[in-house]
Every structure is written in C-alpha cells, then in structure tokens.
Design a protein around this ligand. Structure first.
Ligand code: AMP
Length: 407
C-alpha cells in the first residue's frame, strides 16, 4: 500500500515524499489508519521496521486536523524514549516528516544543557521528544507543562522498563490529559511491557509485525567460534578478506571498545568509538562520521544499540555476545532495516557458548557456525587429554591456556 492512498494533508505528504518513502512497511500499514482514527496502539515492532513513521504520521495528521491557537506554546504530543541518541534521532526523523507543517518538533534529553533546552521549551514545542529523567527535571523547574498533551508515545518501552524508568513514565503520564491517545511501541513483549500496556492503554489495538522476540527475517546470522584473545586478529583477517563498506561493532564493555579501537588504528583501519564514557559531543561526532561514511568501523557498547538508525548498514558484528539474549535482537536491529538484507556476525569464545545457547533459544533457530581457518578453537576436553598425556605435566589455567607447572 502506498502512502499516497492515505489521503494525508498535502504538506505532510510532501515531507514523506522528501524522505523518499513510497510503499508503507507492514507496521505502518497496520498502525497508521487506526491510529489516525484515534485508537490506542500496542505495537511489538523491532527496530528498523519503520515504526517511527507508524506512530508519528498519524499524530502529525491529527494535530493539523485539529489545529489550536498558533500562540499556544504547550506541547500537544509527547514521545518518550530511553536514550539521548534515540531522542536526537527521533527529532531528526519526525522533524523531516513535519518539515512543511506549521509544527515545531524538538527534543530534550539528559546530557544537554538544561538552560538552552528551557529556552526552546518556553518558545514552544508542538511535538516534544524526551528522555524521562530530563523531562521530569524540566517539569520540576516549571519549564514545561504537559496539561495540553493529548498524544503520547512510549518508544522502546521494554528498554525504558529495563532501565528503571517505569515510575518516571507513570509520573509523567499523570500530568498529561486524561483523555489522550497513547501508543506503546516495544521491540519485545515482556510481562512488564504487557502490564504497563494494560495500565495506560484503553481499548487498544495490538499489532505484531513479527513473532515476539525474533530477529528480523531479512538478517543472515553467523557465528565464528574463536578464542577471546584472538578476536582482534580474526576481525582484521575478515576485514582484509571481505569487501565490507561499513561495520558496526558491539563490545560488552567500554574497555573492550577502547582496546579494539587502539588495535584497529594501529592497523590503519578508520574507526571511532561510541560508548557511555565518551562525552556527548564525541559520541555525536563518531556517529556523524560513521553516517557520512568517513569511517569504516564504529565500535559501540549497548548505549548505542537501541534504535539508532544508520542507513544502509549491511553488517553488525558482535565482538562479544551481549549478557542478555534480548540485547542480541536489539543490536542486530541496526542491519536489515526496512526490508533490506542484513548480516549479523558474532564472535563466540568458549566462555560465551552459553550466551549463544540462550540467544538461539530466544530467536528460535540455531545460528550457522563458520570456522575460520587458522582460528579454530581447541576443544577443551581434547586439550586436557593432550596435556595430561604429555611427559611434563601441564595444568590448565582459567582462560584455557596451558601453564607449565615447574614445581
Ligand atoms: P525506524 O524503524 O522508524 O527506525 O525506521 C528504519 C528505517 O527505515 C529508517 O531509515 C527510515 O527512514 C526507513 N523507513 C521507514 N519507513 C519507510 C518506508 N515506508 N519506506 C522506506 N523507508 C522507510
């Protein structure tokens, strides 16, 4: 179904055309018409499915259908999202849809200067995008009032709950209009998301674009078994062999990210890191350089995992497997977006095999294993047998390498 068949306001259609969208994605096909009619929505939609347009387009259309006084400075739509990066991205994307509309779209988020955000709020924002903690600060400072908010979206709800924002979200919602339209978007449907949905939605429509907790079908997953200490070399080896234009690499810790960056820079591979220990400007710069194609490898921790839209990304590499199996789904959501084909590669050390098992259970299928010649992982039992047969007795240390007992 094309956007043109929705009969949207011409200036909204113009914004969508300028984004290059023609056909709707499945979540858009299911959500836009009922949301435009005023229905509350619970959508289980992965990142990359086009969910931003699915919730933003009906809100923008309804806002222009029932325009208020132009002097009104209070927001009428509120979108809550868990991280500053997502808030910025939503402001950019929704700002593009609304480019030709008389509506101001802006974001407030932790890490930015409170006073400059306060000035923006006082001038007036029609569609306010916010992280929950920062919004509460502005409410406490009387920089914004939510009494005119009649459209609310909770984006990445499962993540907001994981991050402990549930009370913040509930406090914020109490300050919006009682008679409002609410949409709850989540990548996964956990018991907590379900509970929140029943608390805040009225007579809602439930939309699922994929089976719960599955990864996008357009993604090809593979794992490379490799010893932890040999991951850098394997990565460099694969980079040299494949013609990858850009790779987003996830590590579990900031330390691993920094270490990998150092090793890649020594090998003259253009890269940057994006993680929680970096100042916001540095993170923004790293993302911008990656988006513009200036750098080949962006190394990120979980902070960047959620919802970040990096167009045409054809490969995500899990340098380490995430601690939570659900995070695997979120990480690889950066590839295979909006129906494009994507690839997800994971390096799996012996210690990570158990995490791999829970990921495979979650996504409901085994992941293809590739053994790269020269990087084979020695079987632990075989290693023990070999060592115990040797004349000089050796002992296995924790990391699985042999240490000779000289005593
Ligand atoms: P989202 O899931 O909202 O983050 O969107 C993922 C990507 O798909 C973004 O780059 C969007 O600009 C793009 N996108 C969303 N809807 C469409 C569409 N109907 N046609 C083409 N691209 C789209």
């Amino acid at each position: 179904m094309n956007f043109a068949s929705l009969d949207l306001a011409p200036d909204l259609q113009k914004g969508i055309d300028a984004c290059g969208y023609k056909k709707m994605t499945p979540v858009q096909e299911q959500a836009i018409v009922p949301a435009r009619q005023g229905k509350d929505i619970l959508a289980i939609a992965q990142t990359g499915t086009g969910k931003t347009a699915a919730f933003a387009i009906p809100i923008l259309q309804r806002m222009i259908d029932s325009a208020t006084e132009p002097t009104d400075t209070m927001p009428r739509a509120l979108i809550l999202t868990p991280t500053r990066e997502l808030a910025e991205q939503l402001a950019r994307t929704i700002g593009a849809y609304a480019e030709f509309l008389p509506l101001k779209v802006n974001a407030v988020f932790g890490g930015a200067k409170l006073s400059s955000e306060a000035s923006k709020l006082k001038v007036g924002i029609d569609v306010l995008i916010a992280t929950p903690g920062r919004l509460l600060e502005h409410i406490a400072e009387h920089n914004v009032t939510l009494s005119a908010v009649e459209y609310v979206v909770l984006d990445e709800s499962d993540r907001m709950l994981d991050m402990g924002f549930v009370r913040d979200v509930e406090t914020i919602l109490q300050r919006t209009r009682k008679k409002r339209q609410t949409a709850l978007f989540s990548a996964t449907l956990s018991a907590a998301v379900n509970e929140l949905a029943h608390k805040i939605l009225h007579n809602h429509l439930e939309i699922r674009t994929t089976k719960a907790n599955t990864a996008a079908d357009t993604i090809e997953h593979v794992v490379y078994p490799v010893e932890e200490r040999r991951k850098v070399d394997l990565f460099k080896d694969l980079l040299a062999k494949h013609d990858w234009y850009q790779v987003l690499v996830f590590t579990s810790t900031t330390h691993q990210a920094d270490k990998l960056q150092k090793a890649l820079r020594e090998a003259k591979i253009s890269c940057a890191v994006c993680h929680g220990d970096k100042r916001q400007n540095a993170r923004r710069r790293a993302l911008a350089e990656f988006r513009s194609g200036e750098i080949q490898v962006l190394i990120a921790t979980e902070v960047a995992a959620r919802g970040l839209d990096i167009p045409d990304l054809d490969l995500v590499l899990n340098y380490n497997l995430p601690y939570l199996a659900e995070d695997y789904v979120h990480r690889i959501g950066r590839t295979g977006r909006a129906g494009n084909k994507g690839n997800a590669i994971s390096f799996v050390s012996r210690e990570e095999e158990r995490s791999l098992e829970s990921i495979q259970r979650l996504i409901g299928s085994p992941i293809k294993r590739i053994t790269q010649h020269g990087f084979e992982v020695s079987d632990r039992d075989a290693l023990i047998n070999k060592v115990s047969k040797q004349k000089r007795p050796g002992r296995l240390n924790k990391a699985g390498s042999t240490s000779i007992d000289k005593s």
